[in-house]
Design a protein around this ligand. Structure first.
Ligand SMILES: Cc1ncc(COP(=O)(O)O)c(C=O)c1O
Length: 508
């Protein structure tokens, strides 16, 4: 190959070689699969150092114009991308494979769901959209000490992968806690996961195939809907009332849709706060057993009861291996621990362990040990009691504020119809239905302007199944004063929405 080189030029020789070969490839005079001369040979032909040629080849390879085959040489690649590039709204161009073959429900979050976005919190915004308690109560200092003592006492063992099923002493502790709630679980049937979200993921991945149907309460936890959509499952909603899932209609749905799983949140349901009645619990477990359908029980905040009788977990009614029970330390302690767990008996347990291992090898050993040290000293139970007292007061403060500011007889508003709600007996959430079919999607931007945010109801319904006139408020994350102020702001936003929807509405 004869490459004209200008030795007086400021352009380094390797760049000149690169430019010449590049132009030859682009013009087609060096067609795809042409073997370039060996670097040693070309260097000799051109009277340059071999490194100079190798540098030129390396540049061409980095830009995707040539490739090298070990022991064989350097070859020209086909010019340009084989596929047209995918352009995004920001002007970036990406290979076509980045485009999903069909809609997968994983498009970027809508800005309307402001509180659900991982953005930095706006200082003035009272955000009632979250799914946890008050982060100001996280036992940060205790946990710092516990982590230090684990590192000191356990040393390198605390930084290894550890047991893939989860740290054995923590599984024993979880079994004890569950026993106090009426669930007889052996540590060998407990799998520790990265939050309960991973437990839901593993179960759904293992038991269902794309296109299979999963039955869920309608509405249900938005993160489960997101997961099921991502796994390309068909989601069918079971109607609810104030006693939870309407189990009476379940059998017809089992026959019609032949689902592969029932996902349910029997305690302090997210988003409605409802509790499944004791009778319905028994019916549900019996039906699922009769139809040979696994029940995935999500008990994300079951211990946080403010009043009323505790009801047995579905797992406590399970004759064995019918119900996969899932729970978490995110809600009672801290979500950043990313420690949840599942309980199930039978061969499916080992398969779940293998899938967990294939997914992320193991949950953080250090965090599990710290958690074990923290929960065994009785602090967990005390923390639970204090949280329940505190959150109960906050729930009452929110109910009072709603009655005062959002009900027709309230001083702040005169709405034609009142908002509707069922006071929850535990958990974090109040579920409101707006008067006159007003849309929570439309209300949210106005509420943000007033300085508060909530989770709009549409997030919690399987596609196209409504919920636009509903919204979810978290009462646990804020003080009573903040709650009063937040609901006042919501009232103002509601009033503004009312008056632009119904211009003749008398809002004096
Ligand atoms: C009902 C329900 N289940 C599961 C989860 C998952 O939580 P984590 O993965 O933090 O345990 C959440 C989180 O908000 C939830 O609300």
């Amino acid at each position: 190959m004869r490459i004209p080189l200008d030795r007086q030029s400021k352009l380094p020789l390797y760049k000149q070689i690169d430019a010449y070969i590049r132009a030859s490839i682009q013009s087609g005079s060096l067609p795809p699969d042409t073997r370039l001369p060996a670097a040693r040979q070309l260097a000799a032909d051109l009277g340059v150092n071999r490194i100079t040629v190798e540098n030129a080849y390396a540049e061409l390879e980095a830009d995707g114009l040539v490739y090298s085959r070990v022991g064989s040489g350097t070859y020209v690649l086909p010019p340009g991308p084989l596929q047209p590039l995918l352009q995004d709204a920001q002007g970036g161009s990406w290979p076509q494979w980045q485009q999903p073959a069909s809609p997968d429900g994983l498009e970027p979050w809508k800005t309307a769901a402001v509180g659900m976005l991982p953005t930095s919190p706006d200082a003035g915004l009272l955000d009632f959209s979250g799914g946890i308690g008050d982060h100001r109560r996280f036992p940060v200092e205790d946990f710092r000490k516990v982590i230090q003592s684990v590192l000191r006492d356990d040393g390198a063992a605390s930084l290894g992968y550890g047991d893939y099923r989860g740290y054995a002493p923590l599984r024993v502790t979880i079994a004890h806690v569950l026993a106090s709630q009426g669930i007889q679980a052996r540590p060998d049937n407990i799998l520790i996961t990265a939050g309960s979200q991973q437990a839901l993921t593993l179960v759904a991945q293992l038991l269902l195939q794309p296109g299979d149907t999963v039955l869920v309460e309608n509405p249900t936890y938005s993160g489960a809907l997101e997961l099921f959509r991502a796994l390309r499952l068909r989601v069918v909603g079971i109607p609810m009332d104030e006693r939870g899932m309407q189990v009476d209609g379940l059998e017809a749905l089992l026959r019609e849709f032949q689902p592969k799983m029932i996902y349910t949140i029997p305690n302090f349901h997210n988003p409605t706060g409802a509790c499944l009645s004791g009778q319905r619990r028994r019916q549900l477990v019996a039906l699922a057993d009769r139809y040979n359908i696994p029940v995935l029980e999500d008990d994300y905040v079951g211990d946080l009861r403010y009043e009323g009788r505790a009801l047995p977990a579905l797992k406590a009614l399970d004759p064995g291996g019918r119900v996969v029970y899932v729970s978490t330390f995110s809600k009672m302690l801290m979500p950043g621990l990313r420690v949840g767990f599942l309980v199930v008996e039978g061969p499916v347990y080992d398969r779940l362990v293998r899938l967990k291992h294939a997914s992320d090898l193991a949950t953080s050993s250090l965090v599990q040990r710290a958690l074990q040290a923290y929960v065994t000293v009785g602090r967990y139970q005390a923390h639970l009691r204090r949280s329940a007292q505190l959150y109960r007061r906050r729930r009452d403060a929110m109910l009072l504020a709603i009655h005062r500011d959002l009900m027709p007889e309230g001083a702040g508003l005169s709405l034609p119809a009142e908002v509707r709600l069922h006071p929850p007996q535990g958990g974090f959430f109040i579920w409101l239905r707006l008067p006159g079919g007003l849309s929570s999607e439309e209300l949210l931007p106005l509420a943000c302007q007033e300085g508060m945010a909530f989770a709009p109801g549409g997030l919690f319904f399987p596609e196209g199944a409504g919920g636009c006139d509903c919204l979810r408020l978290n009462f646990a994350a804020h003080s009573p004063q903040e709650i009063e102020e937040g609901i006042r702001r919501l009232g103002r936003a509601l009033k503004r929405l009312e008056s632009c929807k119904r211009p003749n509405f008398d809002d004096t």
